[in-house]
Design a protein around this ligand. Structure first.
Ligand SMILES: NC(=O)c1ccc[n+]([C@@H]2O[C@H](COP(=O)([O-])OP(=O)(O)OC[C@H]3O[C@@H](n4cnc5c(N)ncnc54)[C@H](OP(=O)(O)O)[C@@H]3O)[C@@H](O)[C@H]2O)c1
Length: 280
């Protein structure tokens, strides 16, 4: 990667995840600056070897400025860094729901990348969906790809509506999958599998199946069919999942996250006020 600096404004869980991904890739700690409102947290961030500060404006002075606060604090934080973002900087937001035109209006900056990373970025197995405003240059896009690439896979989408959907799928996904894994391990324990064996068999089954699905070009239903003999064990298990509305509940869960993302976006748009511009 070239020698640009990257600043995280509001460095909590997700910003630290991204910082760890960058450090693991060998990005020099001196190129990373992160700000936080609490001194104890600043000390924790400094312990990673990066520059850490109580001053959001210092992080906002980097070449690439990552806005990584919660949606509820976004507008206050942006007001505080007003004028601190350099005209040639690239602004990257990971804030759930915050739409490009809200970010453009509230930062006064037109080169905005809105993205939705996820927690596995911490171990460089992340998935990020991102969308850029029209003035973002090819060079900016290459920078974004380089940053996100060290943390896992990424997809650029034209329509930022897909970033809202990604918030419900890959942003929320690790919690949904972890919830499923926990329940599966508990179920294995319920039928008498020792804890260590249950954990290992559930995880390997999950990873192996996911990899097999990835490698297979056919429909997933064909794979299910392959392990389902008439009157057999899998058939009994699947029937219980159907009776329990497993697929419907999962759809409702993902849709709830999506609706909440839209709500957060609407609240931010309303709060950003009547001066909201059309996306540039
Ligand atoms: N966690 C995820 O898996 C995930 C995935 C994708 C995207 N995101 C998005 O990433 C953003 C951050 O999420 P997160 O999970 O990292 O939340 P988080 O851990 O709460 O991080 C936000 C941090 O910003 C700090 N902060 C609040 N006001 C500030 C201010 N005025 N100046 C400086 N720092 C301030 C908070 O401090 P306090 O600790 O004092 O409140 C907190 O540590 C959210 O918009 C979320 O939608 C999260």
């Amino acid at each position: 990667m070239e020698n640009w600096s990257i600043g995280f404004v509001g460095a909590g869980v997700m910003a630290e995840t991204m910082v760890q991904g960058l450090l693991a890739e060998g990005v020099a700690p001196g190129r990373i600056v992160a700000s936080h409102r609490r001194a104890e947290r600043v000390a924790e961030l400094a312990a990673l070897g990066i520059r850490a500060t109580l001053d959001n404006r210092e992080a906002a002075g980097a070449d690439v400025v990552v806005i990584s606060v919660k949606p509820q604090t976004l507008l206050g934080v942006l007001a505080g860094i007003s004028g601190a973002i350099r005209p040639d900087a690239l602004v990257v937001s990971i804030v759930a729901g915050a739409r490009v035109r809200v970010l453009q209006t509230t930062t006064g900056h037109d080169r905005i990348v809105r993205c939705m990373p996820n927690l596995p970025c911490r171990i460089r197995r992340g998935m990020t969906v991102w969308s850029a405003s029209a003035p973002v240059t090819a060079e900016d896009r290459a920078r974004v790809a380089a940053i996100l690439g060290v943390m896992g896979k990424h997809i650029e989408v034209e329509d930022e509506g897909h970033v809202d959907r990604a918030t419900a799928v890959n942003g929320t996904g690790p919690a949904i999958v972890a919830h499923f894994v926990k329940a599966f391990i508990e179920a294995a324990g319920y039928i008498g599998e020792p804890r260590g064996v249950a954990r290992e068999t559930v995880l390997e089954t999950l990873l192996g199946t996911a990899e097999m699905i990835r490698q297979n070009e056919g429909h997933i239903a064909e794979l299910i069919d392959e392990v389902t003999s008439p009157g057999g064990t899998t058939s009994r298990a699947l029937q219980v999942l159907k009776n329990g509305r497993f697929s419907a509940v999962l759809t409702e869960s993902v849709d709830a996250a999506y609706q909440r993302t839209r709500e957060l976006g609407d609240v931010l748009e309303a709060a950003a006020g009547p001066g909201l511009t059309q996306p540039r």
